[in-house]
Ligand binder design. Structure first.
Ligand code: MEV
Length: 323
């Protein structure tokens, strides 16, 4: 009898270090409790295809020639091809259904979560339960198709879950400690271009050429100290590092009044910390605090017309079930 496998994987949020990582500082990301899931089963057809259905539409990929496919789901064909190559398996014809609770285009790693869940479910249908490093590798092949040469942070968070530290040149490192905490992600719904934000930040940093290295080393310290505080459960002190990091990003020109408003509102309601997350100039902010503070901030932000997600940070990575 053919197998049906369902895998799920989390999205991600950047907690500290965005923009500065481009210039060589550490960055810290965490998984979030918004997940994508992919169900795959074997079907009969004459070629080793992957047929994918999702709310973005459907696609049929010949995994021997994924380059013939075009569209946002085609990267999954590269992940399948990669898996068939490294596992040395005879590829089956597989039908998959994608369902995701992660908003698309919000910097929350939705494409990587889908790629990770797909890789686990696709291998599962072939009777292989992969370790996380192989799932991560296959999902990176899909991410390369989608984003050129990404840092690999999104697929690593989706595979391993928890907290992930990264730095250019040193790569991406999932932390062993398990830290979970509640947060709000507040989406201003203001569209932004990551490229433009990165260019603007870098231009402003070049004006400060003489203290550029000092600033980058300061952010390194903030990120590494932030990790220590999270591991100790000192969330209030971690929150102060978030406020400080927002201030630095604001000083570099990548905040906007809406993001500043969210950070001020969070502070006024006693949240531990808040900052913009990702590229800025629009997009989302993240808020950390106790239940009372989060409820109050959520209410204010909704009143203002922002989209609010209540999330748990640091949740488990990819999960697979087959029957
Ligand atoms: C965007 O999500 C994060 C940035 O740091 C850009 C990057 O790391 O490539 C702004």
């Amino acid at each position: 009898m053919s197998r049906t496998c369902v895998a799920s994987a989390p999205g991600k949020v950047i907690l500290l270090g965005e923009h500065w990582v481009v210039s060589g500082s550490y960055g810290l990301a965490a998984s979030i409790s918004l997940r994508a899931s992919v169900e795959c089963k074997e079907i009969s057809c004459s070629r080793p295809e992957v047929r994918i259905a999702s709310s973005l539409g459907g696609v049929i990929i010949d995994i021997r020639k994924p380059e013939k496919c075009s569209g946002p789901l085609c990267g999954l064909g590269y992940a399948a091809k990669h898996l068939v190559g490294i596992l040395g398996i005879e590829p089956l014809c597989v039908q998959c259904r994608v369902a995701s609770h992660i908003p698309v285009g919000a910097g929350l790693g939705s494409s990587a979560a889908v790629a990770v869940a797909f890789s686990a479910a696709y291998a599962g249908v072939h009777g292989v339960e992969l370790d996380k490093s192989l799932i991560n590798e296959a999902a990176y092949a899909a991410e390369e198709y989608n984003h050129g040469r990404p840092s690999g942070i999104d697929n690593t968070v989706a595979s391993y879950g928890g907290l992930v530290l990264y730095k250019r040149g040193l790569g991406v490192k999932p932390l062993e400690s398990r830290v979970e905490l509640d947060a709000l992600i507040v989406n201003t719904r203001i569209q932004r271009s990551t490229r433009r934000a990165v260019e603007y930040f870098q231009r402003n940093l070049s004006i400060l050429e003489d203290i550029r290295e000092d600033l980058i080393r300061l952010v390194d310290k903030l990120v590494l100290r932030g990790v220590e505080l999270l591991e100790k459960g000192a969330i209030e002190r971690f929150g102060r590092i978030m406020f400080l990091s927002h201030g630095l990003l604001n000083g570099m020109g990548v905040s906007i009044p809406e993001l500043d408003w969210i950070v001020h509102t969070a502070s006024a309601h006693g949240a531990y910390g808040a900052k913009l997350t990702g590229a800025g100039m629009g997009g989302s902010a993240i808020v950390v605090g106790d239940e009372n503070a989060l409820s109050a901030v959520e209410k204010e932000c909704k009143k203002r017309g922002f989209e609010v997600y209540r999330v748990r940070l640091g949740v488990e990575g990819v999960k697979l079930k087959c029957k």
